[in-house]
Design a protein around this ligand. Structure first.
Ligand code: PLP
Length: 359
């Protein structure tokens, strides 16, 4: 069976060496030595000032909103994983959707300003499939209207824009280190904070809001990463170059073979590509279903990321309708991409797609 992705596991002996270390010192969670080591290595590797590791990418978003004390309405993208929207709703924030650009699949900055009201406190865009948003335009709009910016950068691990890591844009960016992501810690995530003065508060928030033995200044939660997860991250970081090279080869193959047959995501020309996903856009949903069925019949399971469009979620009131996002979400399919996807399988995937679309 071939899925859209397959969790990358490092050599077992390397992971076990870290596990032995954990057994020796008996420190399994609460900002342990491996979490501290991974934070340090990631800050250096990514070129970011402040990074806080947390238990998953969803809680990373929630901590970001709470750190910035967001209230009222937040402008966000309807074309994302459901956690982008649900994390707002669970924090009593109302998602105000802003339709996407049909080529980049990212929130279209041209649609932001008309959605700003006195109740708007922030913009929460998504770097969809690791493709950076128009960060300069978004930041300009935010400054003009005194809004905060929280980027859901769950897909944008190790992506640079104009020579700097894209995580350095906005007030806060969040990452997901779930097992299905490019870089993972089994479950996990991170918060990247650009304003030094907010770091302490975020650190309290991930630990129940506790400052010290006698002071609990904030309403916090439990969002801590544990040592076994950090150990996985340390192993993955050592293998990242290898992982990215393999993914790049697959990307190049798909691009060359499917060019002119399907539509690709338009990538930001000033950014690097981390090859985290390989989305294709079909002409119609009917065509998509045909391709999906043909692949499924040979035990190949691409995924409909992102479907459905988040403006169709039943729990969002008032109802909003984002035609571009709805249209793209019915026609997009993410193809399998992971380091040990075999060449024969890759060839077969392309053959099946071509034969479906040539009929
Ligand atoms: C994966 C993902 C999340 C959630 O991260 P988890 O670590 O699974 O909680 C949030 N936003 C986007 C865009 C994602 O792809």
């Amino acid at each position: 069976m071939i899925n859209v992705t397959k969790t990358y596991l490092p050599k077992q002996d390397r992971y076990m060496a870290y596990v032995s270390q954990i057994y020796q010192n008996g420190w399994v969670t609460n900002n342990g030595p491996l979490v501290q080591e991974l934070e340090k290595r990631l800050a250096e590797f990514l070129g970011v000032k402040n990074i806080i590791l947390v238990s998953n990418g969803t809680v990373a978003l929630e901590i970001a909103y709470r750190t910035l004390d967001l209230k009222g309405f937040v402008i966000t993208s309807p074309f994302s994983f459901v956690a982008t929207t649900s994390s707002l709703v669970t924090n009593n924030l109302l998602p105000i959707f802003c339709d996407i650009d049909k080529k980049t699949f990212n929130l279209n900055p041209a649609n932001i300003e008309k959605n700003i009201t006195p109740n708007t406190s922030a913009i929460a865009p998504v770097h969809v499939f690791g493709n950076p948003c128009k960060v300069e335009e978004i930041d300009k709009i935010a400054k003009k209207h005194n809004l905060k910016v929280v980027y859901d950068a769950a897909h944008a691990f190790d992506v640079s824009f104009k020579g700097t890591n894209v995580l350095n844009y906005g007030d806060i960016s969040t990452l997901s280190f779930h097992a299905t992501k490019l870089f993972h810690t089994i479950e996990g995530g991170a918060i990247i904070i650009n304003d030094d003065s907010l770091v302490e508060k975020a650190r309290y928030l991930i630990n129940f809001g506790i400052k010290d033995a006698e002071n609990i200044p904030h309403l916090g939660t439990n969002a801590k990463m544990n040592e076994f997860e950090a150990a996985m991250g340390l192993c993955l970081l050592d293998d990242l170059e290898f992982i990215k090279e393999k993914r790049e080869k697959i990307t190049e193959y798909y691009l060359a073979e499917l060019k002119g047959i399907v539509e690709f995501q338009q990538r930001n020309p000033s950014a690097t590509d981390n090859h985290s996903y390989f989305p294709i856009l079909l002409k119609t949903e009917k065509q998509l279903l045909k391709v999906q069925q043909a692949l499924n019949s040979e035990s190949i399971f691409p995924r409909r990321y992102f479907y459905p469009s988040l403006d169709t979620l039943e729990y969002i009131e008032p109802k909003q309708c984002m035609p571009v996002s709805r249209d793209i979400s019915t026609r997009i399919l993410c193809l399998p991409i992971y380091p040990d996807l075999e060449e024969d399988s890759l060839k077969r995937i392309v053959e099946i797609i071509k034969s479906c679309l040539n009929e």
